[in-house]
Design a binder for this molecule. Sequence first.
Ligand code: SF4
Ligand code: SF4
Length: 531
Amino acid sequence: MSSTLYTSISPEKPPLLDAVQKITLALGSLGLLLMLISWAGVSLPSKGILFYSSLGLIFFGVVAYSWRTYMIQPAGIKNNGNFFSSISHRGVMAWISAILITGFYVVLYLKAEYLGLGDTENSGLVAFFDPLSQLMHGKKASQWFVYGVLYTLAIVAFGVKFIFKYRHNRYEIIRTISVMFFQLFFAFLIPEILEMLHPETATNYFGKDMKNMWPLDYDFFDSWHIQNLSKGGLLGSFFLIMGLLMIFVISPILTYKFGKRWYCSFVCGCGGLAETAGDPFRHLSDKSMKAWKIERWMIHTVLLFSFVMTIAIIYGYLGNEPDKYLLSRSTFTWLALIGLLGLSAVYFLLQTKNVEDGSKNSKYIISGVVVLAALILLFNFLAGSGNAYFLQNYGFRQAYGLWVGAVFSGIIGVGFYPIMGSRVWCRFGCPMAALLGIQQKLLSKFRITTNGSQCISCGNCSTYCEMGIDVRAYAQKGQNIVRASCVGCGVCSAVCPRGVLKLENGSSDIFCKTAEHKAIHITEDQVRMLS
Ligand code: SF4
Ligand code: SF4
């Protein structure tokens, strides 16, 4: 791309790369090539030096290319050529990338030996990462170590690119620094250091990603995990208590105050990758009504599946090993029912208008509570020691781990970025996003306010909403946006040329949040309120 300023929003062709961009792109590609050569099994001299050079070249290539692309132009919206570039508009390059990324995920999850993972010694790509793994915890690398390094590198390098691109917007800079920080420290460095300090037990109970919480972390309530945490001394107890506090106290309070963005756009690694490496694909999200319907069915089905699986697993071990746990099955059942009633009471107390007019939301809430209570009671009476409804508890768990944890979140979720947009997993499959979304819609102060009279209907906001929300439709009506799926990324606001959209807090009352703004229409004969 040359430094020429484009006055048209739709230039005929994507701008050409200049010499600096070509050189930086070549350096980044060289780093990637070194990894591919090692994957192909070519024996490389000075493997350690080549490994660090490869990481350095990729990082430098991405950052220097982005600097040249964005920083020589004035700050502001930078989406030139998006709809004309093969990679960002479902061209040949996009399909090739999607197939390669999907293929990598299939091998990573299902056939790690093809990456070079060995029982005693690694080869290929995994062996290429051995020097760093040896340095960090004195043993050979695993496929998850390779994945962790590449994932962190992608978020940090493309995070810098994102900051250059959206540097006109303080909110975007802060939240990008936040996801880079959480990925680098909470998902990568701290777990690796803990594993180095506690080589025997660390992986058993720290897990590899400390910022994951249930239901995203679907292992949390597994008996092996709870037992390892309770046997893990001070640190184990800390992780157990923090994990429970996050689920039942901290997350509800933060979501009430800030909406689900506190997690989806500031902490989560899946969201972090989508926002940084996935940014060139955000406009590919499907905005149709059909996609919205599919989204609601799919994401809530995954959430239900996740609830059922977790309750089945908890009943399984409370029944199997009642002496090992403080809770008995019946105590757990009572606690769960009281908890459900308590949550419903809090909701209805805070949403008195909904109760009075029996709104749609209240009906959904009441139906949801009844279904969950019935499920809990059925589990209590029907579940055997190792099964639930005649299905093996861990069969549930394994099916969930394979289809939701691996196929959906990894293979489809990231592999399909260049075809379906960057938040496929967050939008259609993440149980955490579903849970936080329900609260965001029903019991949160967060909303996007719109100043409808300023809107010029350019459609930038809808185009670049990665969650497929037709933001413009709300803006044109002057109506606040309160959607369960909104991750509060703020990009709609950042790309709006008229400053129409603001991410704000206010009353948590759903009616107050979603009320359409009225306009006064004055004619010679009458004065009318239009809605
Ligand atoms: S509506 Fe705006 S803040 Fe919400 S997900 Fe879409 S672009 Fe992000
Ligand atoms: S809200 Fe802003 S970005 Fe969206 S259509 Fe209106 S002017 Fe364009």
